[in-house]
Design a protein around this ligand. Structure first.
Ligand SMILES: Cc1cc2nc3c(=O)[nH]c(=O)nc-3n(C[C@H](O)[C@H](O)[C@H](O)COP(=O)(O)O)c2cc1C
Length: 202
């Protein structure tokens, strides 16, 4: 049976959505099933997304960095997950995350920290990026470089003020694909290990 990875993200202007598509491609490349769930607005009914995460084996959260944190729309969604918090419905699920902003730093780390805390509050287990920062000089880092800004906790992409067709660049897209592969492979191992005897001992 295929392992399901939910990819839940907000993107105000389409750049973070590019990364979501690449994470999904990575999940498919690992032979597993991505379930792509865009958050369209702060006023939508979040229940279908919450239910889809509950059904998935792992979830990858994505949000653009706005004012040094996840976007407000994503935060409204995060608050809505409190409905699941009270049931412990996502405990022991795997989680990971990605963000994207205009600046190289741009306080993206703070947005990724918010995603890890969201996962931790639900008792989920965080899967980090697992891609070493580039072993080249800063001058040698180009748009094709994987993990260009050198993030550990998740994907930290950088987009210019241009169309999502051309930015974020190829290296950031590939970094997002690699996160999808990593989460899917981790989820396969994690669900295989969830034998009843082990669960009963928890
Ligand atoms: C309200 C707002 C706040 C932003 N704050 C930041 C920020 O704190 N750091 C940064 O580097 N870029 C910031 N940006 C730039 C966005 O992160 C950047 O345009 C990103 O590519 C948008 O992603 P999206 O197209 O998925 O919405 C901000 C943009 C907006 C609209």
């Amino acid at each position: 049976m295929s392992t399901k990875v939910a990819i839940v993200y907000h993107s105000g202007y389409g750049h973070t959505a590019v990364l979501a598509d690449k994470v999904a491609q990575g999940v498919r490349d690992a032979g597993q099933t991505p379930v792509v769930l865009p958050i369209e607005s702060a006023t939508q009914d979040f229940k279908p997304i919450l239910d889809a995460i509950t059904e998935a084996d792992a979830v990858v959260f994505g949000a653009p960095t706005y004012m040094g944190d996840v976007s407000g729309v994503f935060k409204v969604f995060a608050d809505a997950t409190s409905a699941v918090f009270f049931t412990g419905g996502w405990k022991d699920k795997l989680a990971a995350g990605f963000t994207n902003s205009h600046s190289f730093a741009g306080d993206k780390g703070h947005a990724l920290a918010s995603l890890t805390i969201l996962a931790a509050q639900h008792g989920m287990n965080w899967v980090n990026l697992g891609v070493a920062p580039p072993a080249v000089t800063a001058a040698e880092r180009g748009p094709e470089t994987i993990n260009r800004v050198g993030s550990f906790v998740g994907v930290a992409a950088q987009s210019d003020n241009a169309s999502p067709e051309i930015t974020p660049p190829a290296g950031d897209r590939e970094t997002a694909r690699l996160l999808g592969v990593r989460v899917a492979e981790a989820a396969v191992r994690w669900t295989r290990g969830a034998q009843p005897a082990l669960s009963d001992a928890a």
